[in-house]
Design a protein around this ligand. Structure first.
Ligand code: SF4
Length: 398
């Protein structure tokens, strides 16, 4: 499919909006009322530190709502104000944050339902308003909405669009896109739909597996079984790994994306030699600024001699999970929660989600005596939720 031509047709249909409806001042006011916190503002001013009694809190120097999320949420709210009576749909959760999604649901902004893993667009009628979330939508979904003559409100973050341009460039020059990401994540599903031939690798170990195959050491059947759900239709590793370009889901661990890019570049250099490398390898780092800043701030935070760390963000939020990974690899006891209700002040307990695990209840998670707690939050977490968590920690340590 000519994805660029389709995007052009949609954007010039007269039924497409990617700027929103209100002025920056109106937007900031509406968001501030719902999501900002005076407590967090004062902690920011106090060098990201808060102390009361035996509790000391260090906030990461960069955390919470990023520019792209703020913009997407604001556009969703103003869409409802602009279309007070119309049916409004979202192709997915606007961002990975339960409180924001519940808020939108109370405004009767509905998420298109899924049946047996497939989205059911039958409830969307001709002319309905449909919001595309910050991490985008697939090209097939966009085409369907275009054919249904829906009003499309596109909140896709420009960083995500940049990844789409990258894989479209690979497609144009007949390179296979090696996408560092989670093959089932909504953003990567969208990116896959814009790519030509592609292979999604989850981590460095999978990239090494691919590199091994490129060097002629792999088994084709085993390779195809391993990546069966993570490659394009008709993918043949003997053909499609000769010319590769790297792209990534915007919220992956930056250091790992860089390591994967360098590793694959070295592999192609070894195989084809420096004189031919440009015919066989294209690199492009599409990690967004916000993800990078939050990860860098987390690397500083883990050096703060903390007793425990609380990481706040949706359980399906990729960038939050990577913050939790940084805590784990630095051997700091850390608790990933999505909302402040996971903490019980009465029982001094926290119901948290360790990496790759179900929820676990930890009793007496705040020990006696002085305690230093690090806190960070993912790009889809409003300050207000971070403030609610801090209030609970204050209550427990009183
Ligand atoms: S995390 Fe990055 S890519 Fe995602 S919405 Fe925020 S700024 Fe955009």
């Amino acid at each position: 499919m000519d994805t660029q031509a389709l995007k052009h047709a949609i954007q010039h249909s007269g039924r497409y909006n990617r700027k929103g409806f209100e002025s920056p001042t109106q937007r900031a006011k509406a968001l501030g009322e719902s999501y900002q916190s005076d407590l967090i503002a004062s902690i920011r001013e106090n060098d990201f530190t808060f102390e009361e009694g035996r509790l000391k809190i260090k906030l990461a120097k960069s955390f919470g709502f990023c520019w792209g999320v703020e913009r997407a949420v604001a556009m969703a709210y103003e869409t409802r104000r602009h279309y007070p009576n119309e049916d409004i749909w979202m192709t997915n959760e606007i961002i990975h944050n339960p409180s924001v999604n519940n808020h939108l649901s109370r405004m009767n902004v509905k998420i298109i339902s899924t049946r047996n893993g497939i989205k059911d667009f039958s409830s969307v009628s001709c002319g309905d308003v449909v919001i595309l979330p910050a991490f985008g939508a697939t090209v097939q979904e966009m085409q369907l909405l275009h054919e249904k003559k829906c009003q499309i409100i596109d909140t896709t973050c420009p960083w995500v669009s940049k990844v789409w341009h990258t894989v479209e460039k690979h497609k144009k020059h007949i390179f296979t896109s090696i996408i560092h990401g989670k093959y089932k994540h909504e953003e990567t599903l969208a990116t896959r739909s814009f790519a030509g031939d592609y292979l999604v690798v989850f981590d460095l170990a999978e990239a090494e597996y691919v590199a091994n195959y490129i060097q002629g050491h792999g088994d084709k059947n085993k390779f195809m079984n391993k990546f069966a759900k993570a490659c394009s239709d008709g993918f043949d590793p003997d053909i499609h790994l000769e010319r590769i370009g790297v792209a990534n889901q915007t919220t992956m661990l930056k250091s790992e994306t860089e390591a994967i890019g360098k590793f694959l570049e070295k592999t192609m250099l070894k195989k084809y030699g420096p004189a031919n490398i440009n015919n066989h390898f294209l690199a492009f780092n599409t990690i967004c600024d916000a993800t990078e800043e939050r990860q860098d701030a987390m690397f500083s935070l883990v050096n703060e001699d903390l007793d425990i760390l609380v990481v706040i963000g949706g359980f399906n939020s990729s960038n939050t999970t990577h913050l939790q990974e940084i805590a784990v690899t630095n051997n700091i006891e850390s608790f990933h929660i999505d909302i402040s209700d996971r903490i019980s002040v009465e029982n001094n307990s926290i119901c948290h989600k360790p990496l790759e695990s179900d929820l676990v209840l930890k009793k007496n998670f705040i020990p006696h005596g002085k305690i230093k707690v690090g806190i960070t939050s993912g790009a889809s977490t409003p300050d207000k939720i971070v403030a609610d968590v801090i209030e609970k920690l204050i209550a427990i340590t009183k």
